[in-house]
Design a protein around this ligand. Structure first.
Ligand SMILES: *[C@@H]1O[C@H](CO)[C@@H](O)[C@H](O)[C@H]1NC(C)=O
Ligand SMILES: *[C@@H]1O[C@H](CO)[C@@H](O)[C@H](O)[C@H]1NC(C)=O
Ligand SMILES: *[C@@H]1O[C@H](CO)[C@@H](O)[C@H](O)[C@H]1NC(C)=O
Ligand SMILES: *[C@@H]1O[C@H](CO)[C@@H](O)[C@H](O)[C@H]1NC(C)=O
Ligand SMILES: *[C@@H]1O[C@H](CO)[C@@H](O)[C@H](O)[C@H]1NC(C)=O
Ligand SMILES: *[C@@H]1O[C@H](CO)[C@@H](O)[C@H](O)[C@H]1NC(C)=O
Ligand SMILES: *[C@@H]1O[C@H](CO)[C@@H](O)[C@H](O)[C@H]1NC(C)=O
Ligand SMILES: *[C@@H]1O[C@H](CO)[C@@H](O)[C@H](O)[C@H]1NC(C)=O
Ligand SMILES: *[C@@H]1O[C@H](CO)[C@@H](O)[C@H](O)[C@H]1NC(C)=O
Ligand SMILES: *[C@@H]1O[C@H](CO)[C@@H](O)[C@H](O)[C@H]1NC(C)=O
Ligand SMILES: *[C@@H]1O[C@H](CO)[C@@H](O)[C@H](O)[C@H]1NC(C)=O
Ligand SMILES: *[C@@H]1O[C@H](CO)[C@@H](O)[C@H](O)[C@H]1NC(C)=O
Ligand SMILES: [Cu+2]
Length: 547
């Protein structure tokens, strides 16, 4: 166990992609940002200094932050932003987690350029539950805008329209040869024959779930969201924003006289526009005669499922199972103290009287949980909670069920207007929670990658149509469900999760499509302290930023 210290200087950096040069916000002048590498059990200190005009916060996505909510990072939830010229040191310990996660900015859309891998090695003398790979390679997907993404979201929120879409997807910051003016910006994975590589896949894209595949190679999935899973083979991986997936790539036993594209492009079922483009990298065998860097040898392309392949996605996601061994048990709550049923989806807010709006039927787009579009406060919830100053900041009456019933996945109601509020659900320490997330097809069916801060949860069930509380629980998997921090609520369907509220603090839950989060698809859980000294939220660090 050690103390790992990282320095993050938030600064501007000129980067050129697709023949567009722009000044983007980076960590230490790197795009994508640097890797945070640590070991299970390590204490991590990240000193962040803000040298850009924007307010910034960083989030350590998937790190449990046991009793250290002050280091979680979502702006106005666990901290006020780090303002220009200010410094804040994130201080947390990595407890009982190992695998791949990622860090990203958690304010407005700054995570479009502020992101990087988190790699957590097992404890010393501990090993993977699979053969030690020859090499490990992070593959982080992102989205590239030729314009400033902050201008894109700010204009969308003004007009009420859907935001403009990105110009490219990237692998490790590189769009690859299928875009104009981009072939020199191609990620190349050089491999040796007969070896096993561990690819640490991370979807850091803002608004798009992605299919990923490597031509002529099968992948073995071994881990999801930094939790080992029962290995299974697949040619195509689906990864939603906020998810991480470790896969083993076994290279061919000989030097093939060919190169192989790895590509990713969206899975999309919504009604709006989306970036329908394809990022590609190249898998090339490092042959002694160097044939593989010869562009004349054949280049094979993988086949990805159709854009809207919901059947494939359902089959794929159902294959994920916890290891559920003595060493890596699946501690699924077997009994439930509190049940919640949340609808998630899009809606609208009325257009201000003196404006014309470009959202649905002249309104503004909004998104909600149980019809509540969550408004960010002007101070941080965690401070308000900790110092007993919630009055006027947030309420604790977040609805446990939708305010009115309708056929969630059928004909939409005639009123799509959502309400707005800053409200939370309060949970006593160690409450076992069952939460059903039901997609609403009010403005068209669409899947939503829901991310819970502060906890992992077990995905005990999922299905299409409306959740049936009388029939569906009978099919729940309480033995080896996958444990993760981000789950796709199926397009036109529902997902049921369970978690143990054993981490005191204020924890955001939100759609990991940034556009939906910006429209209000987010809410907060407040988990109270337990009776024992080690069950209480620690006091705030003295450099915690102020609003
Ligand atoms: C970026 O480019 C602009 C225009 O060429 C230049 O003025 C600026 O100094 C550059 N910034 C950095 C951080 O290199
Ligand atoms: C980090 O937090 C721990 C408590 O969790 C505290 O003991 C330690 O002093 C902190 N370290 C720094 C450098 O702030
Ligand atoms: C790659 O797969 C294609 C069919 O998808 C096949 O025609 C080709 O021979 C394969 N190439 C290699 C080198 O495996
Ligand atoms: C996406 O692009 C492909 C061509 O690359 C095209 O065949 C397909 O129709 C497009 N799909 C949508 C939904 O726009
Ligand atoms: C996917 O889109 C195609 C073309 O628009 C359509 O024919 C098909 O029914 C859609 N499939 C699903 C599963 O929605
Ligand atoms: C999904 O799995 C079912 C059952 O194994 C199979 O019948 C179906 O064809 C699969 N669908 C897709 C799109 O792969
Ligand atoms: C519309 O009214 C709001 C206040 O309700 C005001 O802030 C805004 O400037 C007005 N916009 C126009 C275009 O008049
Ligand atoms: C828009 O208005 C039309 C006609 O009034 C109505 O049929 C439709 O359902 C409305 N759409 C939305 C998204 O509210
Ligand atoms: C809800 O709507 C769907 C699609 O129209 C329909 O198939 C289903 O029967 C409806 N469910 C109920 C309970 O009315
Ligand atoms: C909308 O539906 C509700 C109940 O479903 C009904 O009472 C109301 O009259 C409807 N309004 C309009 C404008 O159709
Ligand atoms: C929330 O709703 C109130 C009342 O409808 C409105 O005045 C306010 O501007 C809304 N706030 C946000 C952040 O949308
Ligand atoms: C930065 O955050 C502070 C504190 O919340 C706020 O007062 C200020 O308006 C923000 N500045 C910008 C540029 O967003
Ligand atoms: Cu969403």
């Amino acid at each position: 166990m050690c103390v790992c210290i990282f320095f993050c200087k938030i600064k501007l950096q000129n980067v050129t992609r697709l023949c567009h040069t722009k000044s983007l916000i980076s960590v230490n002048g790197q795009f994508p940002g640097p890797r945070l590498v640590a070991r299970e059990g390590d204490q991590v200190l990240v000193k962040v200094v803000n040298h850009v005009p924007n307010n910034v916060t960083l989030h350590w996505h998937g790190i449990r932050q046991l009793r250290s909510g002050w280091a979680d990072g979502p702006a106005y939830i666990t901290q006020c932003p780090i303002q220009t010229g200010q410094t804040y040191t994130y201080n947390f310990t990595i407890t009982s987690q190992r695998g791949t996660l990622f860090w990203h900015a958690h304010i407005s859309w700054l995570r479009s350029t502020l992101y990087g891998p988190i790699i957590i090695f097992p404890k010393r003398n501990d090993s993977y539950p699979f053969k030690k790979p020859y090499k490990e390679v992070p593959i982080i997907f992102g989205e590239w805008w030729n314009v400033d993404p902050e201008a894109v979201i700010s204009q969308a929120l003004q007009t009420g329209a859907g935001p403009n879409v990105s110009d490219a997807y990237t692998i490790n910051g590189l769009p690859g040869p299928l875009y104009n003016c981009s072939s020199k910006d191609t990620f190349r994975l050089k491999v040796k024959p007969g070896k096993t590589y561990l690819l640490r896949l991370i979807n850091a894209a803002l608004n798009d779930e992605l299919f990923f595949s490597i031509a002529n190679h099968t992948l073995t999935i071994v881990e999801a969201d930094a939790v080992y899973v029962k290995p299974f083979n697949t040619n195509v991986v689906l990864i939603t924003p906020g998810q991480t997936t470790n896969v083993l790539l076994k290279t061919k036993p000989y030097f093939p006289n060919a190169n192989f594209l790895m590509t990713a492009r969206p899975y999309f079922t919504g009604q709006g526009t989306f970036d329908n483009s394809t990022v590609a990298g190249i898998l090339q065998y490092d042959s002694p005669s160097n044939h593989s860097s010869n562009n004349k040898i054949p280049l094979f392309k993988p086949t990805l499922p159709p854009i809207n392949a919901t059947g494939f996605v359902a089959n794929f996601t159902r294959k994920f199972r916890s290891l559920a061994t003595a060493k890596f048990p699946a501690n699924v709550p077997q009994t439930v103290d509190k049940r919640f049923f949340f609808t998630v989806g899009l809606g609208s807010t009325p257009c201000p009287k003196n404006m014309t709006c470009q959202g649905p039927n002249g309104t503004k787009f909004a998104a909600s949980v149980n019809n509540v579009s969550f408004a960010l406060p002007t101070t941080a919830l965690l401070q308000s909670y900790f110092f007993g100053q919630s009055y006027g900041v947030y309420t604790t009456n977040f609805p446990t069920n939708p305010p009115f019933l309708f056929n969630y996945t059928g004909t939409p109601p005639n009123n799509t207007v959502v309400s707005n509020a800053t409200s939370a659900v309060v949970l006593p320490f160690n409450t076992t929670v069952e939460l059903v997330l039901q997609e609403t097809s009010i403005l068209g069916a669409e899947s939503h990658p829901l991310h819970l801060h502060g906890f992992n949860f077990f995905v005990v069930g999922e299905g299409f149509g409306n959740y049936d509380p009388n029939k569906d629980p009978a099919n729940f998997n309480l033995v080896d469900p996958v444990e993760r921090n981000t789950v796709g609520v199926p397009s036109g369907g529902w997902v049921a999760i369970r978690f143990l509220a054993d981490n005191p603090g204020v924890w955001l839950m939100h759609c990991h499509f940034d556009v939906h989060t910006s429209w209000g698809l987010r809410m907060a859980w407040i988990v109270l302290d337990g009776p024992l000294p080690n069950q209480k939220l620690l006091p705030p660090p003295c450099d915690l930023p102020k609003c």
